[in-house]
Ligand binder design. Structure first.
Ligand code: ACO
Length: 423
């Protein structure tokens, strides 16, 4: 199959067909407007591909997720976040020399400019950490301005290294504690936990169970092809906005409760059900009621019409980590009951609404001592290599500026009416 035919107003148009390496088929309508004057309409991009990409493959019907060809299950079990970040960015698993250098660079660049600490002072104590993170990431561009001929690799490293420091400073600010500097002896995840939980008045040893869990959580969130935040990063990057501005835009897009903000929303929902007496059946009924705005957060996905493979890994991991940490969480029981009911209920079954990655990540973060308002920040740290890989792919192919069309449905031409004649 190499072409598709479209018949419009009695005229036939032959459209090229592109096929991906996994057999995905797309009809290339890029020249349709020039040829026919018509555009295609797909407001939430349900059937629209915005680019070719070699980074991540998802088969939502079969529940498959692969980064650069490697199954997410294998990466979660055998790899670590820094190695996965390299894989996403450069397309291959790094050799020992490359990986050692990359780890050293991430350590070397983990400090932020001391002046940036003053920015944190200006925020109110109850500022959401996502507000601080997005502002701080955009502010990095003031310290590392891009030049025409600059190699972006340095800024990619800076972002992955510094995002932990910015995230933990935002948290420390929100609880009124002094900021904790990174330590070069610690690896990527350990350093995050150290900056998050250490206090100057006592020693802090990183719990290896927490470091392992964090590593896996970040791997599972590292990329997910053309989701809302990644598409935002590509959209902003297509205007040649600098890398920090593009990533900051992605962080803002992730914040919404229909996207990365869902992990916070899931926990708040489970807490609300628990506070309400734990009658989860009542909330399932509310989620099914079209006159009720309530949705089961952490259920449903635009792409997965089968189990989200990340949720399957996280469900197992939640059981293991909570047992290892000796944490008993009534919210985990509510989550499991909700999942059971939803998987058997006709409403959820017929709409293929399965638990998504955010359904279990919040339970895990809570067991690790991460406060609820930091959940989406954690997602941002995990998603950063994916955003950067897409930004790099877009720049490397020298893409044109993204510019969707629209069907105008407003008023047709009319004459201006003077104020004194408007009644
Ligand atoms: N609870 C109850 N009903 C739901 C839910 C839910 N969580 N999700 C979807 N539905 C219903 C819709 O009401 C709709 O029903 P209808 O066909 O009778 O009108 C149908 O299922 C399809 O839903 P849409 O909203 O059209 O699906 P869409 O692909 O646009 O949205 C989304 C996907 C945003 C994830 C949605 O399922 C949702 O709101 N889920 C809850 C929020 C969430 O968990 N987001 C995280 C997604 S994962 C991520 O971003 C990392």
């Amino acid at each position: 199959m190499t072409t598709a035919n479209l018949s419009l107003d009695g005229k036939d148009y032959e459209l090229p067909v592109v096929t991906g390496s996994e057999g995905e088929v797309g009809v290339d309508i890029g020249k349709l407007r020039a040829q026919s004057g018509a555009i295609t309409v797909d407001p939430a991009f349900t059937s629209t591909g915005a680019c070719n990409s070699a980074i991540t493959f998802i088969d939502g019907e079969k529940g498959i997720l692969r980064y650069r060809g490697y199954p997410i299950e294998q990466l979660a079990e055998k790899s670590d976040f820094v190695e996965v970040a390299w894989l996403l960015l450069y397309g291959e698993l790094p050799n020992t020399k490359q990986l050692t250098k990359f780890r050293a660079q991430l350590t070397y660049h983990s400090l932020i400019h001391e002046d940036m600490k003053k920015f944190f002072e200006g925020f109110p104590n109850n500022a959401h950490p996502m507000a601080m993170l997005s502002a701080m990431v955009a502010s990095l561009s003031a310290y590392y301005p891009e030049t025409e001929d600059e190699n972006h690799e340095q800024n990619i490293v800076r972002l992955i290294a510094k995002v932990r420091t910015l995230a933990t400073y935002a948290y420390k600010k929100s609880i009124g504690q002094p900021m904790v500097y990174p330590q070069n002896r610690l690896n990527y995840c350990e350093n995050f936990l150290h900056m998050m939980f250490a206090v100057p008045c006592e020693s802090y040893e990183v719990n290896p169970i927490l470091a392992k869990a964090l590593n896996m959580l970040l791997i599972l969130h590292a990329d997910h092809e053309q989701n809302c935040s990644t598409s935002t990063v590509r959209m902003v990057g297509s205007s040649r906005a600098n890398i920090f501005a593009s990533i900051s835009a992605g962080i803002c897009a992730l914040w919404g409760p229909l996207h990365g903000g869902a992990n916070q929303a899931v926990l708040e929902m489970l807490q609300m059900i628990d506070d309400d007496g734990g009658d989860y059946q009542k909330w399932v009924q509310k989620a099914k009621d079209k006159d009720d705005g309530f949705r089961l957060m952490g259920f449903g996905h635009r792409v997965y019409k089968n189990f989200d493979p990340r949720a399957t890994i996280l469900r197992k991991m939640s059981d293991e980590v909570l047992a290892e940490l000796g944490v008993e969480d009534p919210l985990l029981d509510i989550a499991k009951n909700l999942e059971k009911v939803a998987l058997e209920d006709e409403y959820f079954v017929s709409r293929k609404l399965y638990p998504n990655v955010d359904f279990y990540s919040g339970i895990l973060y809570r067991a690790m001592g991460i406060p609820t308002n930091m959940f989406t920040v954690m997602f941002s740290i995990g998603r950063l290599p994916g955003w950067l890989a897409h930004w790099k792919e877009l720049r490397d192919e020298d893409s044109r500026i993204y510019r969707p069309r629209q069907i105008y449905i407003g008023a047709t031409e009319r004459d201006y009416v003077d104020l004194n004649q408007r009644g």
